[in-house]
Design a protein around this ligand. Structure first.
Ligand SMILES: [Zn+2]
Length: 190
């Protein structure tokens, strides 16, 4: 297993809709294992494939991660949120792809998700609290949506400076990163 580089805000893969995983192959299993290792290395509780530059519908999560002994990683392939609670609750979210930025987001407090695991087994899971939060945050990633897109406009406006600095940094790094024809994807503006 290996730790993969996490892409940062402004990278096109973070702003695009991902496609379903057609077949759960050894390559997909290896990717999921690497993503779990990457998530732990970054001290995250979830990581979606677009965050490592792959636009496929796969994420990993571990909301129990506190101590190594209590780790409980889960792989979600082609996840679908099939039910959500009427009650919303606020929580201050962050994202491994948007370092140094946090903000309050309201989301349903409970969800039911349907997905496949890395062995191709379908499962349904009813989640609440932090796990419900992570599942929604990561599912958003698969649709090119970031938590900052769900913040109140007035609160997000306070982050505009930080976000555009981060985007500029990312774009410079990508530009310096070789034969990547420019233009094209022109990411969504803030
Ligand atoms: Zn995120």
């Amino acid at each position: 297993m290996s730790v993969l580089p996490i892409v940062m805000y402004g990278t096109p893969s973070l702003h695009e809709t991902s496609v379903p995983v057609a077949e759960i192959t050894d390559e997909i299993r290896r990717l999921a294992a690497d993503m779990i290792e990457t998530m732990y290395a970054a001290k995250g509780i979830g990581l979606a494939a677009p965050q490592i530059g792959r636009n496929i519908r796969l994420f990993v999560a571990d909301a129990d991660q506190v101590e190594i002994e209590s780790r409980n990683p889960r792989v979600f392939i082609n996840p679908e949120i099939v039910e959500e609670s009427v009650e919303d609750e606020p929580y201050t979210e962050g994202c491994l792809s948007i370092p140094g930025v946090e903000g309050e987001v309201w989301r349903p407090s409970r969800v039911r998700v349907r997905a496949k695991d890395e062995h191709g087994n379908a499962f349904e899971l009813e989640a609440e609290d932090l796990l419900a939060r992570v599942i929604q945050h990561e599912t958003d990633h698969l649709n090119g949506v970031l938590f900052i897109d769900r913040m109140e406009k007035s609160k997000r406006a306070l982050l505009a400076g930080k976000l555009s600095a981060l985007r500029r940094e990312t774009e410079e790094a990508l530009g310096a990163g070789a034969a990547q024809g420019k233009g094209g994807e022109g990411g969504s503006a803030d």
